[in-house]
Design a protein around this ligand. Structure first.
Ligand SMILES: NC(=O)c1ccc[n+]([C@@H]2O[C@H](COP(=O)([O-])OP(=O)(O)OC[C@H]3O[C@@H](n4cnc5c(N)ncnc54)[C@H](OP(=O)(O)O)[C@@H]3O)[C@@H](O)[C@H]2O)c1
Length: 299
């Protein structure tokens, strides 16, 4: 039963069927006043996660613009408390750049960046004036090895070319999509006064750290997954690494705690304020990314 003295709000968590998203959704579902929407692409996994967490399942495939465009209507029809937060967490990583979304975009950029970009634009008018947006990014968006734990660095390009499938490394595509996530955090903050005048919506970026206990490496070869899984307990203790449960605690705080109220926003690396890369802070690149993303994914 709802406690009438507690403000009732809804939070949409993308990628809430596994890993960081599922652990975060579970934490938020335990927080007083929050109704959690488990947004997922697979009906069975989404229903199972929602049941386990105590959330509301809603279909959302971020690799399909039709599915994304249908989501706000389904959210309205579910008649839940006002939308108080969006956690853009879902993410995918492939072995190469040949995978495509339903609309023909390179799948990593298409899912991690373009899908979320459209979703956020569609949900923004519904978000409470004091709402929060948290976009899950990654240290892999940094080019320097000391900051990205030796991951292949991002390779920025004209966003139209990034959206095109073709030859090339899936890891580079992943790091580049995460760079696009950070640029979106910073650019959305700049554009909020125009998009939502008078609101105090917060827009945060979150680097959860390397979490070897999630399924993100599911498309790696079987031998690599076996090695990674065996080494996970050691890897998770390295500087810059952690486990999903710990990062979920931080991510849930960014939705709930007064320290993360808007306007403005913070960029958190694991559990402290960090600084996005210089490339992510390039206003001209971020503005171009925003405009091209709108053109590629019309609402
Ligand atoms: N693991 C790490 O070391 C690490 C480090 C830095 C940042 N991150 C970021 O953390 C976030 C969560 O990743 P994770 O590590 O928790 O990975 P994960 O266990 O593989 O979870 C990924 C989630 O995204 C969902 N997803 C993938 N493609 C989707 C699509 N097309 N439409 C809707 N949902 C989709 C998955 O749904 P299904 O259940 O249907 O597959 C799953 O719920 C990602 O943004 C990732 O980039 C992870």
């Amino acid at each position: 039963m709802n406690d009438s003295s507690v403000r009732q709000r809804t939070v949409v968590v993308t990628g809430a069927t596994a890993g960081l998203g599922r652990a975060t959704a579970a934490r938020l579902a335990d927080a007083p006043g929050w109704t959690v929407v488990v947004a997922g692409r697979d009906p069975h996994r989404t229903a199972e996660a929602a049941r386990a967490i105590g959330g509301t399942p809603l279909a959302l495939d971020l690799a399909d613009l039709t599915s994304i465009r249908a989501f706000p209507g389904a959210l309205d029809a579910a008649d839940l408390p006002p939308l108080g937060a969006i956690v853009a967490n879902a993410g995918a990583q492939y072995g190469d750049r040949r995978h495509t979304t339903a609309d023909g975009f390179e799948a990593t950029f298409g899912t991690n960046h373009l899908g979320h970009h459209l979703l956020l634009r569609l949900l923004l008018p519904r978000l409470d004036d004091t709402g929060r947006i948290v976009i899950v990014a990654s240290g892999t968006h940094h080019a320097r090895r000391i900051r990205n734990m030796g991951f292949p660095p991002p390779r920025w390009d004209d966003p139209r070319r990034l959206a095109e499938p073709g030859p090339g490394s899936g890891q580079v595509a992943y790091a580049t999509s995460k760079l696009a996530n950070v640029m979106t955090v910073l650019e959305l903050r700049e554009r909020l006064p125009e998009l939502r005048p008078g609101s105090t919506i917060a827009v945060h970026g979150f680097d959860p750290g390397l979490m070897p206990d999630t399924d993100l490496a599911r498309d790696y070869p079987a031998w690599a997954r076996r090695v990674y899984a065996r080494a996970a307990p050691v890897i998770s203790r390295l500087p810059g690494a952690t486990v999903a449960a710990t990062s979920a605690q931080q991510l849930a705080r960014m939705v709930i705690d007064a320290d993360f109220a808007g306007p403005g926003g913070r960029y958190i690396e694991l559990d402290r304020d960090g600084t996005p890369s210089a490339q992510a802070r390039d206003r001209a690149l971020a503005a171009e990314l925003w405009d091209v993303s709108c053109a590629l994914t019309p609402a």
